[in-house]
Design a protein around this ligand. Structure first.
Ligand SMILES: Nc1ncnc2c1ncn2[C@@H]1O[C@H](COP(=O)(O)OP(=O)(O)OP(=O)(O)O)[C@@H](O)[C@H]1O
Ligand SMILES: [Mg+2]
Length: 231
């Protein structure tokens, strides 16, 4: 029963986040308006106040980007497929998820080639895939662990593909669990739902991509997604 109560709270929180984020936007735009006003008169301001105004504007931008990204993520996806940038989407995910990682002392290293070719995908769904995989890596990691995100073009079987992968050095998987993790509702976590990877599997199939993993119990896990490159 305790599990059900906790899961219900988490599901509620998920639904409420979008509303909450909207509510934060209004007071935030009031702050921004006042800062812009002060900025206009910056020639009359003492140097240290001028600096404070500029720092506050920068801080505003950071919060604003985060809010836009969270809203983007919580929105229902359209079916639209666009050319999307994998480094860009990974960056958005990392911004949203960085607090969770930081709270566990986990460092996420991003080794992504900034000049990767684009892929055809739905931005929102791609974010959901990346977020689930990165979140699983965080949950599997020990305190103060490391996670590496890599992405590069590789030539596999004569075709160029874009590979995106997340490596963690956490708990790993038992051999007998490996075939169960994609089947849905399988979880080894006290507060898990066993839904994340099933969702990823469905979304990745929609994208015409492939997902696979390697894992060693007690050592760690690497999840990879292989995408076709947009013409
Ligand atoms: N990086 C990983 N390292 C070790 N085990 C993993 C990793 N990713 C997934 N797993 C295993 O696969 C199971 C299923 O993962 P999945 O994301 O579907 O569900 P979950 O994380 O347990 O719950 P949730 O619905 O909250 O995502 C996990 O419970 C865990 O046993
Ligand atoms: Mg999960």
């Amino acid at each position: 029963m305790n599990d059900i109560i906790q899961n219900n709270k988490l599901l509620l929180l998920g639904r409420l986040t979008a509303g909450l984020v909207h509510e934060i936007r209004n007071p935030l735009s009031a702050i921004k308006l006042n800062l812009d006003y002060m900025k206009m008169a910056e020639d009359d301001l003492p140097v240290d106040v001028k600096e404070i105004v500029n720092e506050s504007l920068e801080a505003f931008e950071q919060v604003n980007f985060l809010i836009e990204d969270v809203l983007d993520f919580t929105r229902k996806p359209t079916e639209k497929i666009h050319k999307v940038s994998v480094p860009g989407i990974t960056d958005k995910c990392l911004k949203i998820i960085s607090t969770t990682a930081r709270n566990k002392g986990i460092i996420i290293q991003s080794q992504i080639d900034e000049n990767l070719p684009q892929i055809l995908a739905n931005k929102n769904k791609l974010m959901q895939v990346f977020m689930n995989i990165i979140n699983n890596a965080i949950e599997a990691s020990h305190e103060r662990g490391n996670i590496i995100i890599r992405s590069a073009v590789k030539n596999l079987n004569g075709n160029d593909s874009l590979i995106w992968e997340v490596e963690d050095f956490g708990v790993g998987m038992k051999n007998e669990d490996k075939e169960k993790i994609m089947s849905g509702f399988f979880t080894t976590k006290s507060k898990g739902h066993g839904i994340g990877l099933g969702v990823c599997d469905k979304l990745i199939k929609e994208l015409g991509a492939e997902m696979y993993f390697e894992s060693e119990y007690g050592k760690g896990t690497t999840f990879s997604v292989k995408f076709k490159i947009a013409e």
